[in-house]
Write a protein that binds this ligand. Sequence first.
Ligand code: DSN
Length: 482
Amino acid sequence: MTSSAPAPGTECADTASTAYRAALQVIESVEPRIAAATRKELADQRDSLKLIASENYASPAVLLTMGSWLSDKYAEGTVGHRFYAGCQNVDTVESVAAEHARELFGAPYAYVQPHSGIDANLVAYWAILASRVEAPSLAEAGARHVNDLSEKDWEELRHKLGNQRLLGMSLDAGGHLTHGFRPNISGKMFSQHSYGTDPDSGLLDYDAVAAAAREFKPLILVAGYSAYPRRINFATMREIADEVGATLMVDMAHFAGLVAGKVFTGNDDPVPHAHVTTTTTHKSLRGPRGGLVLAQQEYADAVDKGCPMVLGGPLPHVMAAKAVALAEARQPAFRVYAQRIAENAKALADGFLRRGARLVTGGTDNHIVLLDVTSFGLTGRQAESALLEAGVVTNRNSIPADPNGAWYTSGIRFGTPALTTRGFGVAEFDRVAELVVDVLTNTQPEGSSKARYRLADGTAERVRAAAAELLAANPLYPGLAL
Ligand code: DSN
């Protein structure tokens, strides 16, 4: 292993092994199929090159924290203000997690209840609507609470809440479904417009974003992405938002680990610039599956009402695991890890470019590399399946102006957070680029199908054997034996 930052599982591996063995025995005694699937999932994750940009490997400390009786407690409301009795320990858990989040990200306020990134974004949207639409309407009507409004005033407010505008990055430029796209509730709640990227460079064009904002006049300007391989200047996005009177909401779900690890600082760090920042906790941040919201003080009270405004009861066991993961992210080793995520993405991108592949935006300066597979004569779907057959786990992704649509797509999105956790460095990522190019150059589409393909004989075996060497040298959860 070439990493100077210990991978999760390195410490206390014997204790973790004992804990997992005991836990699996208990599970096995009730439902053996679940124990078997859990064991098999670890084996599968150990044996494949996981390059899905939104996935990672949480530490045993994070994973073990989720398996407790904290799960059994109802705690709707917020710290010190619950709709149930007996929440003193959940209060501790939620307070500790929020404190770590505030300290880690330098945010005035943190809300750690969201169950996912979608939930975090919904909490943020409704907090902004509550602050900017509901509160002024209540004040105008001389009411303190929505229940005090007349039927007529309530209907007018409901109409206003449902007719606000949101401007976010288009899906094919790398934006996320929750940034106002019709299949998602955000697209049904808001009148939505998108900004894209420059057709030649693939880069975000801030003048075009400003022009769209001036014309559309959104209540909310969303910045953030799930498939854009570059950084965003959040100071510029805030200037655009301020000019048109919009609230800037940043979804940093993908790159929160790079913010936490101080790879993204200054204008690359959204937290000081955005009114509200949302994230998931399980991607580059390497925590449990979940979300959180950070806010400037002016939005704190509204965000704090996320449950029951938007969310069901909090998941105390997951909030506890968020606290553990955030504590890990505050350690110096996490900064080394985050730095290596970005270095490794660059090595992967350079490895592709040197072998003649085409990348959206020509490279990367975050953790994502977006490969245009049309140069291999393939759809994203064919490339994804061929790579999987060779033990390389990725996901197909749209590229700007994608000729194959959102289902088959023309891109493969790669991310470095997971394999960096295993200890892969730049040499290993260059080898990964070589293996991916080997698979794609040996894959042919079959007939006119956008899904069927044929992998040349021996390719899967050759690539799997090479990957096995890399994986064996960089074990997942070293020392953890079930
Ligand atoms: N599923 C996440 C991703 O892969 O980017 C976003 O929701």
